[in-house]
Design a protein around this ligand. Structure first.
Ligand SMILES: [Zn+2]
Length: 409
């Protein structure tokens, strides 16, 4: 058994992480660069049930009844049947095992589910009190209520898969019909009866809600009538009780010789580095205040910096996969063809704190697309296809989160 510490890969002032359990607290020192003067944790075996051992190149760390297996020099950790990627490699120096902080901040809460909570602001890993035995051999469950910016919740397990979808958990989706009220969206050149984009998006969104409900998925609209909702407020609908966010729109080409020839579906996922950066910078500056009295030169909060990056990467990956699956399904029923999955910085997507996509369901400036979008049959087909894509994503998500004995990734 050897002392355990954590490694932070960004140079900065020394920091610590506190592990808080019903049985007491332990302070874990953080090394801020590889090989620097990290302090070994004074007490890690014992009251917290945290132990580390090394055999050859294999490091085994027990925490909260789970066993995490690392390979020295390899950026991953295995717990049960699930492998998590790490931002850095575990290593041993001066008889101390150094692990990426991300393991504690990200992997442990995910693997141990509801029992541990990572408090980024306080750099604390908090074990929640459990009735009965505390250091657990209890079964590990996936987290029912992750932190605001963590992956979508899988909800409460149900006994049998839904006969229509195969989904085993409760899911909730927020649907955002683009535009509304004073904002008509694009004028819908080839829509019949004076319809404009805001009418089509609302019609498709309502049908999508019905299709999701039929599949046992809770669905909420950001608007149910012809009203205008601020872009920044739309994403806010998708918070705690929401797995993902889908915004519905209709494309249009600017007038020109080829405008009428452009047709088809494209699905966007979040990529607004500007907004994310602004958030990150603000977080960094605020975080620096905590270090001012203790260290010179500490000008940023490396912990939040890393975590923010991790969260953003998680969103991008999840949102991109959701976009891909929805795009595949819609393309299969659409007369206009496949314009692919795209990345762009839509304001509406950046305010959702879950995987978020925006579906451009076709071109109002194309005769065939326009007729399809303005028809009841076309709208039903699009809504049903988007719902199928969402189900495909949630099935994948459930498999990844739930199949592993430790709650999966
Ligand atoms: Zn639009």
């Amino acid at each position: 058994m050897i002392p355990l510490a954590c490694l932070l890969f960004i140079v900065g002032p020394p920091q610590t992480v506190v592990i808080v359990t019903p049985r007491g607290e332990t302070i874990v020192p953080l090394s801020t660069e590889r090989g620097s003067s990290a302090v070994a944790a004074p007490l890690l075996a014992g009251p917290l049930g945290l132990t580390a051992a090394i055999e050859g190149s294999r490091a085994t760390v027990s925490l909260g009844g789970a066993v995490f297996v690392f390979q020295l020099g390899a950026p991953f950790v295995r717990v049960g049947g699930v492998v998590y990627g790490l931002v850095g490699e575990p290593y041993v120096a001066r008889d101390t095992l150094f692990l990426p902080l991300q393991w504690l901040a990200d992997c442990v809460p995910r693997a141990l589910g509801a029992r541990y909570h990572w408090n980024a602001a306080a750099t604390r890993l908090e074990e929640l009190p459990v009735a009965g035995t505390v250091v657990a051999t209890a079964p590990m469950a996936p987290a029912p209520a992750p932190a605001p910016a963590s992956p979508p919740p899988v909800g409460h397990p149900v006994n049998a898969p839904n006969p229509l979808t195969g989904l085993r958990h409760h899911h909730a989706v927020v649907i955002d019909p683009g535009h509304g009220g004073a904002d008509p969206g694009n004028p819908g050149r080839f829509f019949s009866g004076g319809l404009v984009e805001k009418d089509i998006t609302l019609a498709v969104a309502r049908l999508l809600r019905a299709e999701l409900t039929r599949r046992g998925i809770a669905a909420q609209l950001t608007r149910t009538s012809d009203t205008l909702i601020d872009l920044a407020d739309r994403g806010a609908f998708c918070r705690a009780e929401c797995d993902l966010f889908v915004s519905i729109h209709v494309n249009a080409m600017p007038a020109g010789r080829s405008a009428e020839r452009t047709a088809g579906v494209e699905t966007y996922f979040l990529s607004d580095a500007k907004t994310e950066d602004q958030e990150r910078v603000a977080k960094m500056e605020n975080d620096a205040l905590r270090f001012e009295s203790t260290a010179a030169g500490g000008s940023r909060g490396p912990l939040d910096y890393i975590l923010k990056d991790l969260q953003l990467n998680e969103y991008l990956r999840e949102s991109a996969r959701l976009a891909e699956l929805v795009q595949d399904k819609v393309v299969a029923i659409h007369p206009g063809g496949d314009r692919g999955v795209q990345q762009a910085g839509f304001m509406v997507l950046t305010t959702a704190r879950r995987p978020a996509i925006l579906v451009e369901t076709g071109f109002a400036t194309n005769r065939t697309d326009g007729a399809f979008l303005a028809s009841s049959l076309g709208e039903h087909k699009i809504a049903s296809a988007i719902a199928d894509g969402i189900v495909a994503y949630l099935l994948e998500f459930e498999r990844r989160r739930v199949d592993g004995p430790a709650g999966g990734s």
